[in-house]
Design a protein around this ligand. Sequence first.
Ligand code: ADE
Ligand code: ZN
Length: 336
Amino acid sequence: MDTRDFIAGLPKAELHLHIEGSLEPELMFALARRNRIDLPFPTVEAVRAAYQFSRLQDFLDIYYAGADVLRTEQDFHDLADAYFARAAADGVVHAEIFFDPQTHTDRGIPFQVVADGLLAAMRAAEQRHGVTSKLILCFLRHLDEDAAFATLDAAEPWLDRIAGVGLDSSELGHPPEKFARVFAEAGKLGLKRVAHAGEEGPPDYVWQALDLLNVDRLDHGNRSLEDPQLVRTLAEREMTLTVCPLSNLKLCVVDSLAQHPIDRMLDCGLYATINSDDPAYFGGYVADNYRAVAAARGLTRDQIVQLARNSFTGSFLDDASIAAHLDRLDAYVGAH
Ligand code: ADE
Ligand code: ZN
């Protein structure tokens, strides 16, 4: 079996996926038509051609504009349906997906419309594809902490169906410390905590995510490698890093995949995983990310398997479910 097929069939969890970032241009046009919205692009090809970014903010501007076509519960359902079908084809058996409620509530779309649409698709994905999932509510860090508290309040009726909170959007100038109080409150409510840190921001933002937000998992974390003490701490705490190679390339976090630090992370004892971040914008879903970085860095099968293994141990599933996934992973590896 070649590596391409081995990766597609390898059971894996996806731990870093913004559901709004899975909006393919074809669905964007279909939803624009359904909701009678004029898009600033004439064709699907023109939309794709606009996806050239030299930093995170370039991407965020177009990503928030694209999300404007999402208006109804059915729209959010269709968005997530399409993601789960694509993820299942890539060997994803469990996904922990981010959503950005403020992107929608600030446009007058009620929290309920977003959450119920996504949750219905999550239930359907388990029936249809056997893919389990959890939902993570991200606060937009370019907004203030009061807005994050208001979002946590709005989520209150859904908290039994939300696994955790996250922190995303423009990193530079918006350090984790800005959200220390709302993360503490989320912790008191029993929610898991994750945060984007060290994507563009300095190692100090990763320290803040650890020490001030008490994160259970770290999103990206690339720039941690600049600080040897931080690397040691992340390894000692067995902190899972959700790394996103094609995102890193498209947002110029790395100059080329040949320079991607994924194997360096593993060599340092970091619990790295491979994820797609915003696959509709960055040119590939999770298996494409595994394949691209494996080819560029010459990863061994053992390294590829380790990355998939880390995706289960780093998930928010219970211990018995993690053990069952690892058994299936070992069986797949043994059979191939
Ligand atoms: N929102 C969606 N994708 C993101 C990323 N890669 N970094 C920060 N915020 C995001
Ligand atoms: Zn992200």
